[in-house]
Design a protein. Structure first.
Lengths: 112, 540
């Protein structure tokens, strides 16, 4: 019994470690592909657009949001929105998109 | 049933796809509907219409050797392929081909920076390398060299140069094809050729001396369909020690003529970087001026005298020129003094000294700077089209209409009048005003560029945009102004206008096409060059 619990504990810790790694990878994807439009500072069209869209009701900087589920992120990346085009799998692979979605959902998961 | 390339059987297509997979790996051949939809033109003027260009598959090799094998397979099965680099040619076709059913050859995975030399000032890169990537590499290595960058930094150096893309820096560096040096190209038969000095095994100056020996062929591979470029060299600018701007303001409309003459004299002598013309009375996204609007709204339009009077009473001036200097601090300050002498003869001229940066720039200077002018890639150009307080209902994209006009004030005034009339004739709100100025990316010509709206859910508006572009192209050609670059939907019309001696240039291109690519597999229809078997049949 204790052995089983111990084994589960190891599995659980591995799962947490894997998630942390995935979120870190997602952060790197965000900084490479998203930040130049969605980051802080002047001349960021994505941040400008979300400022105008949400008028302060939600953070305009994408990785400060707490309401982005993985499914939502994936739709925007693969379908595009407004002048933002969709991204091909040679740009952001499915695995990288999973990581990006996990990163943008990290606060959402805590809120839940 | 998936879309098939024209005149290719399902069996042959299936065999070709299997062979593509054997070369590049299962995961780098895309055939599902969702995956191939990612190769649409995100700014297509035909979105949701039957003419919208769709692809049958995409293949993403990672080396020139793999590209060669894919091209040989395509030749075996006579499958049209369409190479893209980073696929970000938005406004000029994005990642979509000219011919529906083509297989996109996605070169994003060829993403190696082969060499950057900050003593002899050149780089050699692969097509998947974006301006952001090269900039990051240069910063991380602390190299004292600067690449000339276009507006969006996510584009490919090679893709941009091959489509005659342009940037914002010094002299000929801004013309990215002009400043390239040496290529590696996979020909339509799969042969890998290196041009210029690169043809010499062990060459030491592939990216420094353009020509090697014998005919110079690099131009064939720009805006063309004669091969797949897998490596390219570029001349780079030595990182400047300082940067200074100054603005020259003139009071009268016709002052644009001596203003451009002075700008040309300074630029062609290598004194200034890119000249930026403007009008203090109007421009992109400027705040509305109610008094000026009422003058312009008068029946019959505003007279020049009224506009000049408004410029004088508001103490703003009519036209402006911002000049940019790169080099040592003493040099750039002396150059600004000299520039002021050049314009001193214009009655009522005013001078404003602008930004001064001694590199490395502080974060505050960098934040405030026009980043592309100092070689820092970014995405801020999209703030013009993105949603904002001034633009609450943005479009879903844009097309560029990009006619080349002479580098003179007279040409600017004529282009204003001619294109304002087009909008009046079509009863559409004008994108051109008496304050409009051309873009100055080209070193020896202006481009009187306009961005026209496209939508993903408004077919009627897209039709109007297409009709407008067609009319603009026609009127431009009647005045001796041809486009330098255009989306696939208009490449036939644009190149039809280059018709000297009964389309002798088109006929030359077709002769070369038939010799180099007899199966017509590479980029069918690009810039009006169709394979023999499709010639005269396939018009977009």
């Amino acid at each position: 019994m204790w052995a089983l619990i111990g084994a589960l504990g190891v599995l659980s810790m591995n799962a947490v470690a894997a998630d942390a790694g995935q979120i870190e990878q997602g952060k790197q994807v965000y900084q490479y592909w998203c930040w130049n439009c969605h980051g802080e500072g002047v001349g960021k069209p994505g941040t400008q657009a979300l400022t105008a869209k949400y008028k302060g009701s939600k953070p305009a900087i994408l990785d400060q949001r707490t309401d982005l589920t993985p499914a939502v992120t994936k739709i925007f990346v693969r379908k595009g929105v407004s002048i933002m085009p969709f991204f091909r799998k040679t740009e952001i692979t499915d695995a990288q998109l999973d990581a990006l979605a996990a990163y943008l959902a990290r606060e959402h998961a805590k809120v839940q | 049933m998936p879309l098939l390339p024209p005149n290719v059987s399902a069996t042959n297509f299936s065999q070709a796809v299997s062979q593509f997979r054997a070369v590049v790996g299962q995961e780098w051949v895309f055939t599902s509907d969702d995956d191939v939809a990612l190769y649409k033109d995100a700014y297509s003027p035909f979105w949701g219409e039957k003419e919208e260009i769709l692809v049958s598959a995409a293949v993403a090799p990672s080396t020139a050797e793999e590209v060669s094998q894919v091209v040989r397979i395509a030749n075996t099965f006579k499958i049209p392929i369409y190479p893209i680099s980073t696929g970000k040619n938005l406004g000029y076709g994005g990642s979509a081909p000219n011919l529906s059913g083509s297989v996109v050859l996605d070169l994003k995975r060829l993403n190696r920076i082969i060499e950057v030399d900050d003593k002899r000032h050149f780089a050699i890169v692969e097509p998947g390398v974006a301006y952001f990537d090269l900039y990051r590499h240069i910063q991380e290595k602390g190299l004292r060299v600067q690449a000339d960058v276009p507006d969006p930094g996510w584009g490919s150096l090679i893709g941009n140069a091959l489509d005659h893309g342009v940037g914002y820096g010094f002299g000929g560096f801004r013309d990215h094809f002009y400043s390239h040096c040496g290529m590696e190209v996979v020909l339509p038969n799969g042969d890998i050729v290196r041009t210029g000095m690169g043809a010499l095994p062990g060459a030491k100056t592939w990216a420094e001396y353009h020509y090697g020996a014998g005919p110079y062929v690099d131009g064939l591979f720009s805006q063309g369909n004669f091969g797949v470029v897998t490596k390219m060299g570029f001349h780079l600018l030595p990182a400047p020690e300082a940067y200074l701007t100054g603005t020259v303001i003139v009071p009268k409309r016709n002052d644009i003529i001596p203003l451009v003459e002075g700008g040309n004299r300074l630029e062609h002598a290598g004194v200034i970087g890119m000249p930026e013309y403007g009008s203090p009375l109007g421009g992109f996204g400027g705040p509305p001026d109610p008094e000026l609007r009422s003058i312009l709204a008068k029946p019959g339009g505003a007279s020049v005298a009224e506009l000049e009077q408004h410029a004088e009473t508001t103490n703003r001036g009519f036209f402006s020129l911002t000049v940019q200097f790169y080099g040592g601090e003493k040099v750039v300050r002396a150059q600004w003094e000299y520039a002021k002498e050049v314009f001193a003869g214009i009655r009522g001229v005013k001078f404003n000294e602008g930004d001064f940066i001694k590199f490395p720039a502080t974060p505050e200077q960098l934040e405030k700077a026009h980043k592309v002018a100092i070689g820092v890639p970014n995405m801020s150009i999209f703030t013009i089209g993105a949603r904002s307080a001034f633009n609450p209902s943005p479009t879903d994209g844009h097309l560029w209409f990009s006619p080349i006009i002479p580098k003179s004030g007279e040409a600017i005034l004529e282009a204003q009048d001619v294109f304002m009339k087009v909008f009046r004739d079509m009863n559409m709100p004008s994108l051109v005003s008496p304050f409009s100025v051309p873009a100055t990316w080209m070193f020896r010509a202006f481009v009187f560029i306009m961005g026209l709206p496209v939508y993903r859910n408004n077919i009627e508006q897209n039709k109007k945009t297409r009709e407008l572009v067609k009319h603009l192209i026609q009127v431009g050609a009647e005045h001796g102004w041809g486009e330098y670059r255009t989306p696939p939907a208009f490449q036939q019309q644009v190149t039809d206008a280059y018709s000297y001696n009964n389309h002798a240039l088109r006929r030359l291109h077709e002769t070369l096409k038939d010799a180099m690519d007899p199966n017509g597999i590479i980029s069918a229809g690009r810039y009006g060059i169709w394979p023999k078997q499709m010639r005269g049949q396939t018009k977009v």
